[in-house]
Ligand binder design. Structure first.
Ligand code: F6R
Length: 605
């Protein structure tokens, strides 16, 4: 993961680099560092932990120069220590560089091409790049970089300073996002356009081992072999990377509160029929043999819901797949398969690799993405954007809800095209879908106080279980992930009927078991499972719709949500669960927006 930034400018670039790193912190926050070239000498300051620590370190040791690079790290090789923090130097001090990605053959290079190198400052894979540059450098950095790239396997976005070129940044990339852009007072590189100040619209995307050389006045490109080449800019519509918390203590709470609007903005164009799917209803009716929804984490959980929608209601086989498994599973997909890739960031390495595989095998590739212009969006046959606005808290909430909404709209459309619902039912579902944003708001309003109260009990627990059936199981999976990732409580989700096949042995006096029972067709069954854990001393919490509230009156804690059509229940079930996780984590004093060991954008496999 990691984020990199660099600027060749006019005045002191350190404040801008620091600000840009703040905007890239969603990519990792294990350590951060900045290096500049002052009078042709590299100087660097690094700090373990968040950018705030780097800021403090820079207060003590200021860096002032008009050329520099910066890095925020999510550790892959080597602990989050200062020695492993970027920028890294070559042994002779000539090269200083920042890297996002993974050099997969770093160990092999140390044993072969770099076998004579004995001085290693860090445990990182990155340092081999600095050593290779030193090895191949004979006065021409572009040539050294071209030669270095021939040896690198894996993925990288690199920002490089060379002491012999005091006003220049060199950059190269393979499989990791990197843009270069001219700004009013210089030239910049960054992992994300949003990290560069101002209102950029034209940028260069550095890809496929291309080499880029930037000074404050110009940006030049070279082929992977080091020959000069022309490159065109692309137009970007940068997502506003507002750092506003809307008056809330955490981004996560702010984003939970924004869900009604995120879902409304996502549904509006879809309800108006504004879909560009890259195929028509005739394909959905006659050509579509199977759907695979491929994603990671919470995005995969939306696939669990989609799987039921497409199979039960549209009568088309559908499987939700974890992207990191799909990409190595040798999947059987062809032109009759619709593969749907779901991603908030649009950058997740496994999802992107899975997409490329599906494309290679001739499947139709549709993606559901939040960040415009991201790699997953750019490489898909068609994209449906979730209009959730930029999500900053690491734990997703509003993007997840918006992804679900896209699946609802798709399912209604597919069911109509395949004739599994009639016009009256379609109108009914469309009407209910249009009402969903208001119901989400009502769910938030209703759940806030009871979730906060329940969180007082949850904060002291060791384990939590979430159970549900069908769409309620999909919601349980998301509820459980939310809880464990931000509160660090061990939580597990189970299909309610599965608990007694082993896991129930973990239920003890007072163990919280949350039964999600929004699906009216399944609520009796889930109620029985709730009774089974209650008989074994569990603290029972039930989440259900108004219509079923009486049936669950025997739960120790009952959270009732507005009713909706059974197709859409997942969206309302997760709301109290997100709030419960949030307040539980808060009571436990956790770092809610930046949970330990995580990053918002997972650009390594
Ligand atoms: C959990 C969470 C992650 C992401 C996952 C995929 O709260 O946010 O599980 O859902 O890392 O990320 P994207 O959607 O960016 O592909």
């Amino acid at each position: 993961m990691c984020g990199i930034i660099g600027k060749a400018g006019v005045g002191n670039v350190t404040p801008e680099l620091l600000e840009g790193l703040g905007k890239l912190e969603y990519r990792g926050y294990d350590s951060a560092g900045i290096a500049v070239l002052r009078n042709g000498r590299p100087e660097r300051v690094r700090a373990v932990g968040k950018i705030a620590n780097l800021r403090d370190a820079l207060d003590k040791t200021p860096l002032e120069a008009c050329v520099g690079v910066g890095h925020t790290r999510w550790a892959t090789h080597g602990a989050p220590s200062e020695a492993n923090a970027h920028p890294h130097n070559s042994p002779d001090g000539k090269f200083t560089l920042v890297h996002n990605g993974i050099i997969e053959n770093a160990d092999a290079l140390k044993r072969t091409v770099l076998a004579d190198d004995k001085e290693w400052e860090s445990e990182t894979d990155t340092e081999v790049v600095a050593h290779l540059l030193q090895k191949f450098y004979t006065g021409d950095v572009v040539k050294a970089l071209a030669e270095t790239q021939k040896h690198l396997k894996g993925s990288y976005a690199l920002g490089i300073l060379c002491a012999d070129y005091p006003d220049t940044i060199f950059a190269a990339a393979l499989g990791s996002p990197l843009i270069a852009a001219s700004v009013e007072d210089g030239s910049c590189i960054a992992s994300d356009v949003g990290a560069i100040g101002g209102t950029l619209s034209e940028v260069y995307k550095i890809e496929n081992r291309e080499i880029c050389m930037l000074t404050r006045d110009e940006i030049r490109f070279y082929t992977p072999d080091g020959e000069p080449c022309e490159k065109a800019t692309v137009t970007v519509v940068p997502d506003a990377l507002s750092m506003d918390k809307g008056g809330y203590e955490h981004y996560m709470l702010y984003e939970i509160m924004q869900q009604s609007s995120a879902v409304r903005k996502t549904l509006e164009p879809l309800l108006a029929g504004d879909f560009d799917l890259g195929f028509d209803d005739a394909f959905v009716r006659d050509g579509l043999k199977e759907i695979r929804v491929v994603a990671c984490g919470s995005a995969y959980h939306t696939g669990l819901a989609a799987q039921l929608l497409f199979e039960r209601f549209c009568r088309v086989p559908c499987r939700a797949e974890i992207a990191s498994e799909f990409r190595y599973a040798d999947p059987v997909v062809d032109e009759g398969t619709l593969t749907v890739f779901v991603s908030q960031s649009g950058e997740t390495a496994d999802t992107l690799a899975a997409l490329r595989l599906a494309k290679e095998r001739g499947a139709k590739v549709l993606s559901i993405v939040n960040v415009r212009g991201s790699a997953i969006a750019s490489e898909s046959d068609a994209v449906v954007y979730t209009n959730a606005g930029r999500e900053i808290a690491v734990a997703t909430t509003k993007a997840y809800s918006a992804q679900l909404a896209v699946f609802y709209a798709l399912a209604v459309r597919f069911a109509a095209a395949r004739g599994t619902i009639d016009e009256a039912r379609r109108a009914e579902l469309t009407h209910e879908l249009a009402a969903l944003p208001d119901k989400i708001q009502e769910a938030i309003d209703r759940a806030e106080a009871p979730a906060r109260k329940l969180a007082e009990t949850m904060a002291a627990t060791q384990d939590i279980f979430f159970i549900g059936r069908r769409l309620d199981f999909a919601a349980s999976m998301e509820a459980s992930l939310k809880m464990k990732e931000i509160s660090y409580i061990n939580s597990q989700a189970y299909a309610a009927g599965e608990l007694k096949h082993g896991t129930i042995s973990l239920v003890e006096q007072g163990t919280p078991v949350v039964s999600i029972a929004m699906d009216g067709g399944m609520s009796d069954k889930t109620h029985s499972n709730m009774s089974e854990v209650r008989a074994r001393g569990a603290l029972t919490v039930a989440v259900t719709g108004d219509k079923n509230a009486d049936a669950f009156a025997d739960a120790d804690v009952l959270l009732t949500m507005p009713d909706t059509d059974e197709w859409f229940t997942c969206s309302l079930a997760v709301i109290p669960m997100q709030l419960l996780s949030y307040y539980t984590a808060k009571n436990r004093g956790c770092d809610i927006d930046k949970p330990k060991n995580l990053a918002k954008s997972v650009t390594v496999e």
